[in-house]
Design a protein around this ligand. Structure first.
Ligand SMILES: Nc1ncnc2c1ncn2[C@@H]1O[C@H](COP(=O)(O)OP(=O)(O)O)[C@@H](O)[C@H]1O
Ligand SMILES: [Mg+2]
Length: 385
């Protein structure tokens, strides 16, 4: 009974007798009922007042109940429509439901439908309550999502500021380390040189992690712009190999280059980004190997193909899909998490894609990994270096 008080009912029925019977029956149940005798008047009232339940006659002198539904259905899903039919054929019922009626009642001559009215209206109320609950739930969810997005943005901005802040002291540390190693402040003992080398290594590592974080954030915000120009690819590949040679030597890993292009070939791309890509891939090949050879092949096909192959720990099928996502690091050699940020491959993939290229992987656990990079560049367009 209590529930009824919150719901206003509009009954649009041209038969005065039927209408007063319906009104009386519903008022007895506690509903507040307004009556209307025509299509146009009913439509006007339905638009002006927040009726939650509308009983509408299938046939009215100035319009059809179905057209009424067509005009109002969908405008407010917290409203229920009950179609009143006098000749409830299956066709009419289907058409009523199709056009948005929630229930129908057949105005039988013995007026049994009056006894059904309360339970039909109760079902209407339950339906409206459900819709309202769903709306409340969606609104709550939306508020929580908005909060989460705002939180995430705050953390993201904090991370971006912090990483930039870290860069300045890092420059100071690496700068002074360099001065010390060049013995600008006086000669160093062997022990001091050893310690300084360790400090430089640590600072370089920190610098890579911070730079990776900055690059990743910029890539996520579409802020990375390529600065393309022609450069000698072979020289760049060799520069990258020189950068990682010490690390490979320390681990007893040999590095082999198969350069199948014209040595004079010039690539039109962003040289710094391509250097970053190559160093990332070759460093990974060394980092995730304990033995064997790292092979870098720069090949010729319709496109520019670069392959970096290692005989390292490999990646199992399940994890192969994940490793191009940011912040993913697999438990690597001897179950330990590898040194790094887990951003190298994510950055590499995005940089390759910015160049219009693709990256793919082939790997077998405990056997090794091949990473393929393909750039949409004609390799036969050779310009002198
Ligand atoms: N050549 C490789 N062999 C085996 N595992 C690799 C190789 N390259 C990458 N991985 C795996 O993919 C993960 C993500 O690589 P990457 O994004 O470069 O991050 P990081 O090297 O900083 O861990 C690595 O942590 C490692 O588990
Ligand atoms: Mg890496």
């Amino acid at each position: 009974m209590d529930k009824c008080h919150n719901h206003r009912v509009l009954c649009i029925e041209d038969d005065e007798g039927v209408q007063s019977l319906i009104t009386m029956r519903l008022e007895r149940e506690g509903y507040q009922v307004d009556g209307s005798r025509s299509f146009q008047d009913g439509l006007k009232r339905a638009k002006e007042h927040p009726y939650s339940i509308i009983l509408i006659d299938y046939h009215l002198p100035d319009g059809e109940g179905i057209d009424f539904l067509k005009q109002l259905h969908g405008a407010d899903d917290e409203r229920c429509f009950v179609m009143l039919t006098g000749m409830g054929s299956e066709e009419i019922i289907i058409s009523a439901f199709h056009n948005g009626a929630d229930y129908y009642l057949d105005k039988d001559s013995e007026l049994k439908f009056l006894d059904l009215l309360p339970s039909v209206l109760m079902q209407c109320i339950e339906k409206i309550d459900l819709v309202r609950e769903k709306k409340r739930f969606v609104e709550e969810l939306q508020t929580k999502m908005d909060e989460a997005v705002r939180d995430n943005e705050k953390k993201d901005n904090f991370l971006t500021t912090m990483t930039h802040e870290l860069k300045t002291p890092l420059y100071t540390i690496t700068g002074y380390c360099e001065c010390l190693s060049e013995e600008v402040y006086g000669p160093l003992t062997e022990k001091q040189k050893q310690v300084l080398a360790q400090m430089q290594k640590a600072a370089m590592f920190l610098n890579t992690v911070v730079s990776d974080l900055i690059t990743m954030k910029m890539l996520e915000r579409d802020k990375v712009k390529l600065e393309k120009k022609s450069f000698c690819l072979k020289e760049t590949v060799q520069f990258c190999l020189d950068m990682v040679r010490d690390k490979a030597q320390d681990k007893g890993i040999s590095i082999k280059l198969e350069y199948q292009l014209d040595p004079e070939f010039k690539l039109f791309a962003d040289p710094d980004k391509m250097t970053q890509v190559l160093i990332n891939l070759i460093s990974n090949a060394i980092k995730y190997s304990e033995k064997g050879t790292v092979l870098v092949r720069v090949g010729q096909s319709d496109f520019l193909d670069i392959m970096v192959q290692d005989e390292g720990i490999g990646i199992d099928k399940e994890n192969q899909k994940k490793i191009f996502e940011p912040y993913i690091q697999l438990p690597s050699i001897k179950g330990k998490r590898g040194e790094g940020s887990g951003l190298g491959l994510a950055i590499t993939k995005r940089l390759i894609e910015l160049h219009g290229g693709e990256i793919a992987l082939e790997s077998r656990l405990n056997e090794g990994t091949k990473i393929y990079v393909r750039l949409p560049v004609k390799t036969n367009q050779c310009v002198n270096c």
